[in-house]
Design a protein around this ligand. Sequence first.
Ligand code: COA
Length: 383
Amino acid sequence: MKDVAIVGIGMTPFGELWDMSFRNLFAEAALAAIGDAGVDHIDSMYVGSMSPGLFIHQEHIAAMLADYLGVAGIPSTRVESACASGGLAVRSAIFEVASGASDIVLAGGVEKMNDGADATFALATAADQEYEAFHGITFPGLYAFIANAHMAKYGTTREQLADVAVKNHGHGALNPKAQFPFTITREQVMNATMVADPLRLLDCSPVTDGAAAVIVTTLETAEKLGKPIVKVIASGAATDGIALHSRKDVTTIPSVALAAERAFSQADLTPEKIDVAEVHDCFTIAELVVTEELGFVDRGKSGEAVSAGETKLGGRIPINTSGGLKSKGHPVGASGVAQVIEIVDQLRGSAGDRQVEGARYGLTQNMGGSGASCVVHIMEGVS
Ligand code: COA
C-alpha cells in the first residue's frame, strides 16, 4: 500500500443557501479543492450524499456531478452511509490511492436539505423503518433516549449538555463558513424550545445546505506538488445494528470504539497523542458519548470534562474547533468531508483564530444514524 496525503481542500459556506443548487454547491467545493491542490486533473472521484432522491428528487448524482464539473469520462462513485457518507467517501478515495489504482482522487460530499423536502422524514429513513420510524420516532427522539440513559447512569446534567453547544458555538463564532457563527449562553440553551426531552433546539445540529471536497494523492505526488502535506496515517471503520434497541447499553456507541481501535492501531498511537479532533456532534449528547468512546475521557466523565473546559480551544484536547455540526451546520453527506478539512487546516497551521498551537496529530469521527456506521481518520501534519 502506498502512503497517502491530502493536498487540497475546499468547501462552500454552510447554511440555508437558496441561491445555490445541489450541483453548484458541489462544483464550488470541488473547484476550490482542485485549485488549492494545484493539480491539473483528477483520475477519479467519490461523492458522499445521503439522500438527494428525497431532498431534491435527484438520483444518479455521481455521473451528473462529474459531468457538471467538466470531468465526464472519469470513474465517479456515490457513497451512502447516512450521515457518515462523507467520511466513507474520503475513506474510499484513500484506498483507491493507497492501492495504486489512481494517483489523484477527489473525495467530496454534498447535501441540499433546504429545498422544500420534509427533512425530518428524509433523515428518519436512516433509522430502522420497521422498528423505529414506523412508530414515529425521529433522530432527536433517539438521541434523547441516549441522553436520558446517560443522565440516569452517570449523573450527566442538563447544564453539561448545554455546555457542549456553548463551546461549539464559541468555536463556530470564529468560523466564517459556519451556518450559526455566533456565541450562545448556557441559559439560552436551557430555555430554548423543547424538541425531544431533554434535548432542546440548541442541543440539535441544524438542517443545512453545503458541500465540501478534498484531494487525495500519494505522498510522492504530494511532495512534487510542493504544497503543505497532511499525511493520512489511519482509516478505521465499523458498523453496528441500525436500531437503537438492539444495543446492549444505550449510553454507548460501540461502532465508534471499534472504528477508533482500528484507527489507533494502524496509526500506532494512543488517544493522548491526538492534538485536535472533529467529532460527530449531531446532538450535544452525541459529542459526550463519542468523546468517551474515542478514549479522550473516561466513561461517564465527558460531561464534567466539557464543563471544565478540557475540550475547548486552549483546553487539554480541543474538540470541534470548526464549530462542529452544531454551529457550523450539518449538510449530512458533506459533514464527514468538512471535518477532514478542519483537521487539514489545523495540521497545516492555517486555522487562523481557531488554530491549536503546534498541532501535529488530528482525528475525525463521522457516524451514520444513531451510530450504525462510523469512520475514524487520523492525520499527521508533516510539513
Ligand atoms: N441551532 C441554532 N439555531 C437554529 C437551529 C439550530 N440547530 N435550528 C434552527 N435554528 C433557528 C433558525 O435559524 C430559526 O431562527 P429565526 O427564527 O431567527 O429564523 C429558528 O431557530 C427556528 O428554526 P426552524 O427552522 O423553524 O426550526 P425547526 O423547528 O424547523 O427545526 C430542529 C429545528 C432542531 C427540529 C431541526 O433543526 C432538526 O431536526 N435538527 C436535527 C437534524 C438531524 O436530525 N440531523 C441528523 C442527525 S443524526
